[in-house]
Design a binder for this molecule. Structure first.
Ligand code: FA5
Ligand code: MG
Length: 415
Protein backbone atom coordinates (compact mmCIF):
# COMPACT_ATOMS: atom_id res chain seq x y z
CA UNK A 1 0.00 0.00 0.00
CA UNK A 2 1.01 3.58 -0.53
CA UNK A 3 1.88 6.24 1.99
CA UNK A 4 2.95 9.82 1.73
CA UNK A 5 5.10 11.57 4.25
CA UNK A 6 4.14 15.19 3.64
CA UNK A 7 1.93 16.93 1.12
CA UNK A 8 2.81 20.56 1.45
CA UNK A 9 6.57 20.27 1.08
CA UNK A 10 7.43 17.71 -1.53
CA UNK A 11 11.13 18.32 -1.95
CA UNK A 12 13.36 15.95 0.06
CA UNK A 13 10.31 14.05 1.34
CA UNK A 14 9.74 10.61 -0.02
CA UNK A 15 6.77 8.75 -1.38
CA UNK A 16 6.42 5.07 -0.55
CA UNK A 17 4.52 2.77 -2.90
CA UNK A 18 4.44 -0.99 -2.38
CA UNK A 19 7.30 -0.78 0.08
CA UNK A 20 9.50 1.10 -2.38
CA UNK A 21 10.63 4.60 -1.56
CA UNK A 22 10.84 7.40 -4.14
CA UNK A 23 12.72 10.54 -3.19
CA UNK A 24 10.52 13.59 -3.76
CA UNK A 25 11.60 16.54 -5.85
CA UNK A 26 10.07 19.51 -7.65
CA UNK A 27 8.04 17.13 -9.82
CA UNK A 28 6.29 15.32 -6.96
CA UNK A 29 2.55 15.97 -7.17
CA UNK A 30 0.85 12.74 -6.08
CA UNK A 31 -1.49 13.20 -3.14
CA UNK A 32 -2.36 10.76 -0.33
CA UNK A 33 -5.84 10.53 -1.85
CA UNK A 34 -4.48 9.46 -5.25
CA UNK A 35 -2.01 7.00 -3.71
CA UNK A 36 -4.86 5.40 -1.77
CA UNK A 37 -6.24 4.02 -5.06
CA UNK A 38 -3.11 1.98 -5.75
CA UNK A 39 -3.63 -1.70 -5.05
CA UNK A 40 -7.43 -1.63 -5.13
CA UNK A 41 -7.40 -3.22 -8.60
CA UNK A 42 -11.13 -3.16 -9.32
CA UNK A 43 -10.41 -4.87 -12.64
CA UNK A 44 -9.24 -7.96 -10.77
CA UNK A 45 -11.94 -8.08 -8.07
CA UNK A 46 -14.47 -10.88 -8.36
CA UNK A 47 -17.97 -9.73 -9.29
CA UNK A 48 -16.85 -6.16 -9.90
CA UNK A 49 -18.40 -4.82 -13.13
CA UNK A 50 -14.94 -3.85 -14.44
CA UNK A 51 -13.76 -7.40 -13.89
CA UNK A 52 -16.84 -8.83 -15.61
CA UNK A 53 -16.33 -6.47 -18.52
CA UNK A 54 -12.63 -7.28 -18.71
CA UNK A 55 -13.52 -10.99 -18.90
CA UNK A 56 -15.64 -10.31 -21.99
CA UNK A 57 -12.71 -8.67 -23.74
CA UNK A 58 -10.36 -11.49 -22.70
CA UNK A 59 -12.85 -14.05 -24.05
CA UNK A 60 -12.99 -12.18 -27.33
CA UNK A 61 -9.20 -12.22 -27.76
CA UNK A 62 -8.93 -15.87 -26.70
CA UNK A 63 -11.68 -16.95 -29.14
CA UNK A 64 -10.85 -14.69 -32.03
CA UNK A 65 -7.12 -15.46 -32.31
CA UNK A 66 -6.04 -19.06 -32.09
CA UNK A 67 -2.78 -20.69 -32.96
CA UNK A 68 -2.09 -23.75 -35.13
CA UNK A 69 -3.23 -26.13 -32.41
CA UNK A 70 -6.27 -24.12 -31.35
CA UNK A 71 -4.60 -22.51 -28.35
CA UNK A 72 -5.14 -18.78 -27.67
CA UNK A 73 -2.23 -16.70 -28.96
CA UNK A 74 -2.89 -13.53 -26.93
CA UNK A 75 -1.36 -13.25 -23.44
CA UNK A 76 -3.12 -11.20 -20.78
CA UNK A 77 -1.27 -8.95 -18.30
CA UNK A 78 -3.38 -7.50 -15.49
CA UNK A 79 -1.04 -7.26 -12.51
CA UNK A 80 1.63 -4.83 -13.68
CA UNK A 81 2.31 -2.06 -11.12
CA UNK A 82 1.03 1.40 -12.14
CA UNK A 83 4.37 2.94 -11.12
CA UNK A 84 6.38 3.45 -14.30
CA UNK A 85 9.33 5.53 -15.42
CA UNK A 86 8.78 8.64 -17.50
CA UNK A 87 10.80 6.79 -20.10
CA UNK A 88 8.19 4.01 -20.26
CA UNK A 89 5.19 6.35 -20.24
CA UNK A 90 6.59 8.87 -22.75
CA UNK A 91 10.06 8.41 -24.31
CA UNK A 92 9.71 4.77 -25.33
CA UNK A 93 6.52 5.84 -27.15
CA UNK A 94 8.19 8.75 -28.97
CA UNK A 95 6.15 11.35 -27.07
CA UNK A 96 7.94 14.67 -27.81
CA UNK A 97 9.81 16.32 -24.93
CA UNK A 98 7.44 19.31 -25.03
CA UNK A 99 4.18 17.33 -25.32
CA UNK A 100 1.50 18.74 -22.93
CA UNK A 101 0.79 15.30 -21.41
CA UNK A 102 4.26 15.42 -19.80
CA UNK A 103 3.24 18.50 -17.88
CA UNK A 104 2.95 18.33 -14.09
CA UNK A 105 -0.55 19.73 -14.48
CA UNK A 106 -1.68 16.67 -16.48
CA UNK A 107 0.09 13.66 -14.96
CA UNK A 108 0.86 12.32 -11.49
CA UNK A 109 4.57 12.22 -10.66
CA UNK A 110 6.31 10.47 -7.75
CA UNK A 111 9.38 12.42 -8.79
CA UNK A 112 11.26 13.51 -11.91
CA UNK A 113 11.88 9.94 -13.10
CA UNK A 114 8.86 7.98 -11.80
CA UNK A 115 5.15 8.51 -12.26
CA UNK A 116 1.79 6.77 -12.15
CA UNK A 117 1.10 5.52 -15.66
CA UNK A 118 -1.21 7.81 -17.64
CA UNK A 119 -2.01 4.98 -20.06
CA UNK A 120 -1.40 1.25 -20.26
CA UNK A 121 0.56 1.85 -23.46
CA UNK A 122 3.44 2.58 -21.04
CA UNK A 123 4.20 -1.17 -20.95
CA UNK A 124 4.10 -1.76 -24.69
CA UNK A 125 7.83 -1.45 -25.40
CA UNK A 126 8.95 -3.60 -22.47
CA UNK A 127 6.61 -6.45 -23.41
CA UNK A 128 7.68 -6.34 -27.05
CA UNK A 129 11.32 -6.40 -25.87
CA UNK A 130 10.48 -9.57 -23.93
CA UNK A 131 9.61 -11.15 -27.25
CA UNK A 132 5.82 -10.94 -27.05
CA UNK A 133 3.88 -10.35 -30.27
CA UNK A 134 0.26 -10.58 -29.10
CA UNK A 135 -0.91 -9.28 -25.75
CA UNK A 136 -3.50 -7.24 -23.88
CA UNK A 137 -2.65 -5.25 -20.74
CA UNK A 138 -5.33 -4.28 -18.20
CA UNK A 139 -4.62 -1.75 -15.48
CA UNK A 140 -5.50 1.35 -13.50
CA UNK A 141 -4.32 4.65 -15.00
CA UNK A 142 -3.95 8.08 -13.41
CA UNK A 143 -4.59 11.49 -14.93
CA UNK A 144 -5.15 14.99 -13.59
CA UNK A 145 -8.38 15.90 -15.25
CA UNK A 146 -11.75 17.53 -14.73
CA UNK A 147 -14.37 15.75 -12.63
CA UNK A 148 -17.81 14.84 -13.98
CA UNK A 149 -20.08 11.84 -14.51
CA UNK A 150 -17.65 10.26 -17.01
CA UNK A 151 -14.26 11.59 -15.82
CA UNK A 152 -12.38 10.54 -12.71
CA UNK A 153 -8.62 10.93 -11.97
CA UNK A 154 -8.26 7.14 -11.76
CA UNK A 155 -9.76 4.87 -14.39
CA UNK A 156 -8.89 1.63 -16.17
CA UNK A 157 -7.61 0.82 -19.62
CA UNK A 158 -7.08 -2.18 -21.84
CA UNK A 159 -4.17 -1.91 -24.28
CA UNK A 160 -3.68 -4.47 -27.02
CA UNK A 161 -0.83 -5.21 -29.43
CA UNK A 162 -0.71 -7.50 -32.44
CA UNK A 163 2.58 -7.82 -34.30
CA UNK A 164 2.86 -9.67 -37.59
CA UNK A 165 5.82 -11.60 -38.89
CA UNK A 166 6.30 -11.45 -42.68
CA UNK A 167 4.82 -14.99 -42.80
CA UNK A 168 1.65 -14.07 -40.92
CA UNK A 169 1.09 -11.10 -43.17
CA UNK A 170 1.34 -13.38 -46.18
CA UNK A 171 -1.17 -15.80 -44.65
CA UNK A 172 -3.76 -13.03 -44.24
CA UNK A 173 -3.10 -11.61 -47.68
CA UNK A 174 -2.95 -14.91 -49.53
CA UNK A 175 0.21 -14.07 -51.42
CA UNK A 176 3.69 -12.66 -50.97
CA UNK A 177 3.82 -9.20 -49.31
CA UNK A 178 6.73 -6.83 -48.91
CA UNK A 179 6.51 -5.24 -45.48
CA UNK A 180 8.95 -2.51 -46.38
CA UNK A 181 8.86 0.11 -49.07
CA UNK A 182 11.91 0.53 -51.23
CA UNK A 183 10.18 2.99 -53.52
CA UNK A 184 10.17 6.37 -51.79
CA UNK A 185 7.67 7.64 -54.39
CA UNK A 186 5.05 5.60 -52.61
CA UNK A 187 5.25 7.96 -49.66
CA UNK A 188 1.88 9.37 -48.61
CA UNK A 189 0.24 10.74 -45.49
CA UNK A 190 -1.79 7.61 -44.84
CA UNK A 191 1.22 5.48 -43.93
CA UNK A 192 4.69 5.50 -42.39
CA UNK A 193 7.42 6.00 -44.95
CA UNK A 194 9.23 2.72 -44.21
CA UNK A 195 6.23 0.45 -44.79
CA UNK A 196 4.82 -0.56 -48.15
CA UNK A 197 1.34 0.60 -49.13
CA UNK A 198 0.24 -3.02 -49.24
CA UNK A 199 1.49 -3.96 -45.76
CA UNK A 200 0.06 -0.75 -44.30
CA UNK A 201 -3.35 -1.48 -45.86
CA UNK A 202 -3.44 -5.09 -44.68
CA UNK A 203 -2.53 -4.17 -41.10
CA UNK A 204 -4.89 -1.16 -40.98
CA UNK A 205 -7.80 -3.25 -42.26
CA UNK A 206 -6.96 -6.08 -39.88
CA UNK A 207 -6.91 -3.60 -36.98
CA UNK A 208 -10.27 -2.07 -37.88
CA UNK A 209 -11.89 -5.44 -38.56
CA UNK A 210 -10.67 -6.84 -35.24
CA UNK A 211 -11.86 -3.88 -33.16
CA UNK A 212 -15.26 -3.76 -34.86
CA UNK A 213 -15.63 -7.51 -34.23
CA UNK A 214 -14.74 -6.91 -30.57
CA UNK A 215 -17.29 -4.10 -30.19
CA UNK A 216 -19.95 -6.21 -31.92
CA UNK A 217 -19.18 -9.25 -29.78
CA UNK A 218 -19.73 -7.12 -26.68
CA UNK A 219 -22.57 -4.78 -27.71
CA UNK A 220 -24.27 -6.86 -30.40
CA UNK A 221 -24.33 -6.80 -34.20
CA UNK A 222 -26.60 -3.73 -34.32
CA UNK A 223 -24.17 -1.40 -32.56
CA UNK A 224 -23.67 1.77 -34.61
CA UNK A 225 -20.03 2.91 -34.91
CA UNK A 226 -17.81 5.30 -36.84
CA UNK A 227 -14.08 5.78 -37.43
CA UNK A 228 -12.40 9.13 -36.91
CA UNK A 229 -8.88 10.06 -37.94
CA UNK A 230 -6.70 10.78 -34.88
CA UNK A 231 -3.13 11.57 -33.92
CA UNK A 232 -0.94 9.67 -31.43
CA UNK A 233 2.86 10.05 -31.27
CA UNK A 234 3.23 6.25 -31.14
CA UNK A 235 1.06 5.17 -34.09
CA UNK A 236 0.56 6.15 -37.71
CA UNK A 237 -1.98 6.10 -39.21
CA UNK A 238 -4.10 6.59 -36.06
CA UNK A 239 -7.84 6.34 -35.50
CA UNK A 240 -10.54 6.66 -32.90
CA UNK A 241 -13.54 4.37 -32.77
CA UNK A 242 -16.78 5.91 -31.58
CA UNK A 243 -19.96 4.02 -30.76
CA UNK A 244 -23.47 5.36 -30.66
CA UNK A 245 -25.23 4.72 -27.41
CA UNK A 246 -28.73 6.14 -26.87
CA UNK A 247 -28.16 8.72 -29.59
CA UNK A 248 -24.81 9.85 -28.18
CA UNK A 249 -21.43 9.25 -29.79
CA UNK A 250 -18.96 7.90 -27.21
CA UNK A 251 -15.18 7.76 -27.81
CA UNK A 252 -14.45 4.09 -27.17
CA UNK A 253 -10.79 3.72 -28.07
CA UNK A 254 -7.70 4.99 -29.83
CA UNK A 255 -5.58 2.84 -32.13
CA UNK A 256 -3.19 2.70 -35.06
CA UNK A 257 -0.22 1.11 -36.78
CA UNK A 258 2.72 1.03 -34.33
CA UNK A 259 5.55 3.40 -35.23
CA UNK A 260 8.34 1.36 -36.76
CA UNK A 261 10.93 3.12 -34.57
CA UNK A 262 9.25 1.65 -31.47
CA UNK A 263 9.42 -1.87 -32.88
CA UNK A 264 13.02 -1.34 -33.97
CA UNK A 265 14.04 -0.08 -30.50
CA UNK A 266 12.34 -3.12 -28.96
CA UNK A 267 14.14 -5.60 -31.20
CA UNK A 268 11.27 -6.27 -33.62
CA UNK A 269 12.49 -4.08 -36.46
CA UNK A 270 11.63 -6.63 -39.17
CA UNK A 271 7.89 -6.45 -38.38
CA UNK A 272 4.74 -4.39 -38.59
CA UNK A 273 1.89 -4.33 -36.07
CA UNK A 274 -1.09 -2.56 -34.62
CA UNK A 275 -2.03 -1.31 -31.14
CA UNK A 276 -5.10 0.05 -29.41
CA UNK A 277 -6.09 1.47 -26.02
CA UNK A 278 -9.60 1.63 -24.61
CA UNK A 279 -11.27 2.88 -21.44
CA UNK A 280 -12.93 0.08 -19.45
CA UNK A 281 -15.31 2.41 -17.59
CA UNK A 282 -16.09 4.22 -20.84
CA UNK A 283 -17.53 0.99 -22.27
CA UNK A 284 -18.76 -0.69 -19.09
CA UNK A 285 -20.93 2.35 -18.29
CA UNK A 286 -23.21 2.05 -21.34
CA UNK A 287 -22.96 -1.75 -21.24
CA UNK A 288 -24.38 -2.02 -17.70
CA UNK A 289 -26.26 1.32 -17.77
CA UNK A 290 -24.09 2.69 -14.97
CA UNK A 291 -24.86 6.43 -14.85
CA UNK A 292 -21.84 7.75 -12.92
CA UNK A 293 -18.16 6.75 -13.03
CA UNK A 294 -17.84 7.17 -9.23
CA UNK A 295 -20.12 4.17 -8.73
CA UNK A 296 -17.21 1.88 -9.76
CA UNK A 297 -15.58 2.88 -6.45
CA UNK A 298 -18.72 2.26 -4.42
CA UNK A 299 -18.36 0.04 -1.38
CA UNK A 300 -22.12 -0.04 -1.06
CA UNK A 301 -23.61 -3.51 -1.30
CA UNK A 302 -26.59 -2.05 -3.18
CA UNK A 303 -24.20 -1.50 -6.09
CA UNK A 304 -21.88 -4.51 -5.97
CA UNK A 305 -24.55 -7.09 -5.13
CA UNK A 306 -26.25 -6.44 -8.44
CA UNK A 307 -23.24 -7.89 -10.25
CA UNK A 308 -22.96 -11.03 -8.20
CA UNK A 309 -23.48 -14.48 -9.70
CA UNK A 310 -24.27 -13.20 -13.18
CA UNK A 311 -24.37 -15.93 -15.80
CA UNK A 312 -21.16 -15.81 -17.85
CA UNK A 313 -22.81 -14.34 -20.91
CA UNK A 314 -25.50 -12.52 -19.01
CA UNK A 315 -25.88 -8.83 -19.53
CA UNK A 316 -27.69 -6.90 -16.85
CA UNK A 317 -28.85 -3.34 -16.50
CA UNK A 318 -27.80 -1.66 -13.29
CA UNK A 319 -30.81 -0.39 -11.38
CA UNK A 320 -30.03 2.88 -9.62
CA UNK A 321 -30.81 2.43 -5.96
CA UNK A 322 -32.43 5.84 -6.19
CA UNK A 323 -31.39 9.23 -7.39
CA UNK A 324 -30.65 11.63 -4.57
CA UNK A 325 -30.88 15.38 -5.13
CA UNK A 326 -27.91 17.55 -6.07
CA UNK A 327 -26.64 20.48 -4.02
CA UNK A 328 -25.00 23.23 -6.05
CA UNK A 329 -22.50 25.69 -4.52
CA UNK A 330 -20.40 28.17 -6.45
CA UNK A 331 -17.00 29.48 -5.41
CA UNK A 332 -15.39 32.66 -6.78
CA UNK A 333 -11.83 33.77 -6.14
CA UNK A 334 -8.90 35.84 -7.35
CA UNK A 335 -6.01 33.81 -8.70
CA UNK A 336 -2.67 34.20 -6.92
CA UNK A 337 -0.26 36.63 -8.54
CA UNK A 338 2.91 35.13 -7.06
CA UNK A 339 2.59 31.59 -8.38
CA UNK A 340 1.05 29.86 -11.40
CA UNK A 341 -2.46 28.54 -11.08
CA UNK A 342 -4.15 25.98 -13.30
CA UNK A 343 -7.72 24.69 -13.05
CA UNK A 344 -6.49 21.08 -12.62
CA UNK A 345 -4.90 22.10 -9.30
CA UNK A 346 -8.30 23.27 -8.11
CA UNK A 347 -10.17 20.20 -9.46
CA UNK A 348 -7.78 17.97 -7.59
CA UNK A 349 -8.09 19.93 -4.36
CA UNK A 350 -11.88 19.68 -4.60
CA UNK A 351 -11.51 15.92 -5.14
CA UNK A 352 -9.22 15.66 -2.11
CA UNK A 353 -11.50 17.49 0.30
CA UNK A 354 -14.89 16.76 -1.26
CA UNK A 355 -14.20 13.11 -2.00
CA UNK A 356 -17.02 11.03 -3.40
CA UNK A 357 -19.54 13.78 -2.60
CA UNK A 358 -18.41 15.82 -5.59
CA UNK A 359 -20.22 14.97 -8.77
CA UNK A 360 -18.89 17.80 -10.89
CA UNK A 361 -16.55 20.80 -10.80
CA UNK A 362 -16.70 23.25 -13.65
CA UNK A 363 -15.18 26.62 -14.46
CA UNK A 364 -18.31 28.66 -15.25
CA UNK A 365 -16.96 32.21 -15.38
CA UNK A 366 -13.67 34.11 -15.54
CA UNK A 367 -12.66 37.71 -16.04
CA UNK A 368 -9.70 40.02 -15.73
CA UNK A 369 -10.07 43.20 -13.71
CA UNK A 370 -9.51 46.06 -16.18
CA UNK A 371 -7.53 48.21 -13.72
CA UNK A 372 -5.60 45.79 -11.48
CA UNK A 373 -5.15 43.00 -14.04
CA UNK A 374 -6.23 40.49 -11.37
CA UNK A 375 -7.90 37.38 -12.74
CA UNK A 376 -11.01 35.92 -11.17
CA UNK A 377 -12.43 32.41 -11.62
CA UNK A 378 -15.84 31.14 -10.64
CA UNK A 379 -16.33 27.37 -10.29
CA UNK A 380 -19.58 25.53 -9.86
CA UNK A 381 -19.34 22.52 -7.55
CA UNK A 382 -22.17 20.01 -7.76
CA UNK A 383 -22.48 17.83 -4.67
CA UNK A 384 -24.43 14.61 -4.63
CA UNK A 385 -24.16 11.54 -2.45
CA UNK A 386 -24.72 8.35 -4.41
CA UNK A 387 -26.42 6.60 -1.55
CA UNK A 388 -28.27 9.21 0.55
CA UNK A 389 -29.72 12.73 0.54
CA UNK A 390 -27.18 15.35 1.60
CA UNK A 391 -28.27 18.12 3.93
CA UNK A 392 -27.27 21.71 3.10
CA UNK A 393 -25.36 21.78 6.41
CA UNK A 394 -23.22 18.78 5.40
CA UNK A 395 -22.49 20.37 2.04
CA UNK A 396 -21.63 23.71 3.63
CA UNK A 397 -19.10 22.01 5.87
CA UNK A 398 -17.30 20.39 2.94
CA UNK A 399 -17.54 23.57 0.88
CA UNK A 400 -15.97 25.56 3.74
CA UNK A 401 -13.13 23.00 3.93
CA UNK A 402 -12.50 23.47 0.21
CA UNK A 403 -12.48 27.28 0.59
CA UNK A 404 -10.00 27.19 3.49
CA UNK A 405 -7.63 24.76 1.80
CA UNK A 406 -7.80 26.47 -1.58
CA UNK A 407 -6.80 29.70 0.19
CA UNK A 408 -3.95 28.08 2.10
CA UNK A 409 -2.59 25.66 -0.46
CA UNK A 410 -3.27 27.37 -3.78
CA UNK A 411 -2.94 30.94 -2.54
CA UNK A 412 -6.24 32.11 -4.01
CA UNK A 413 -8.26 34.96 -2.47
CA UNK A 414 -11.97 34.33 -1.96
CA UNK A 415 -14.26 37.04 -3.31
C1 FA5 B 1 -4.61 6.78 -24.98
O1 FA5 B 1 -4.54 6.68 -23.77
C2 FA5 B 1 -3.70 6.00 -25.90
N1 FA5 B 1 -2.67 5.38 -25.09
C3 FA5 B 1 -4.54 4.96 -26.66
C4 FA5 B 1 -3.76 4.24 -27.72
C5 FA5 B 1 -3.09 3.05 -27.43
C6 FA5 B 1 -3.71 4.74 -29.02
C7 FA5 B 1 -2.34 2.40 -28.41
C8 FA5 B 1 -2.98 4.08 -30.00
C9 FA5 B 1 -2.32 2.92 -29.69
P1 FA5 B 1 -6.69 8.36 -24.88
O2 FA5 B 1 -6.13 9.36 -23.98
O3 FA5 B 1 -7.58 8.85 -25.96
O4 FA5 B 1 -5.55 7.53 -25.62
O5 FA5 B 1 -7.46 7.29 -24.02
C10 FA5 B 1 -7.87 6.04 -24.55
C11 FA5 B 1 -9.27 5.71 -24.09
O6 FA5 B 1 -9.35 5.77 -22.66
C12 FA5 B 1 -10.32 6.69 -24.57
O7 FA5 B 1 -10.73 6.38 -25.87
C13 FA5 B 1 -11.42 6.48 -23.54
O8 FA5 B 1 -12.16 5.30 -23.80
C14 FA5 B 1 -10.63 6.24 -22.27
N2 FA5 B 1 -10.48 7.47 -21.48
C15 FA5 B 1 -9.66 8.52 -21.73
N3 FA5 B 1 -9.77 9.47 -20.76
C16 FA5 B 1 -10.67 8.99 -19.86
C17 FA5 B 1 -11.21 9.47 -18.61
N4 FA5 B 1 -10.79 10.64 -18.07
N5 FA5 B 1 -12.12 8.71 -17.96
C18 FA5 B 1 -12.51 7.52 -18.48
N6 FA5 B 1 -12.04 7.01 -19.63
C19 FA5 B 1 -11.13 7.72 -20.32
MG1 MG C 1 -8.69 10.10 -26.93
Amino acid sequence: KATYSNISCAASKSVVVDGKSYIGDEYTNVTPKILSFIGINNHNRKDHPLNLFKQRLVDFFYDHFRGRTGNPIFSIYDKISPVVTTNENFDSLLVPKDHPSRNKTDSYYLNKTHMLRAHCTAHQSELIKMGLDNFVIFGDVYRRDEIDATHYPVFHQADGVHIFTPNELELIHGSNVNIFDNDKNNSNNEKQEVYSIEANDIVTNHLKKTLVAMIKKVFGEEIEYRWISEYFPFTHPSFELEINYNGQWIEALGCGVIRHEILKNAGAGNRIGWAFGLGLERLAMPFYSIPDIRLFWSKDSGFLNQFQNLPKDGRMKYKPISIYPQCINDISFWLPKEKPFCPNDFYELVGNYGGQLVEQVKLIDQFTHPKTGNVSHCYRIVYRHLEKTLSQAEVNEVHKLIEINATQILGIKLR
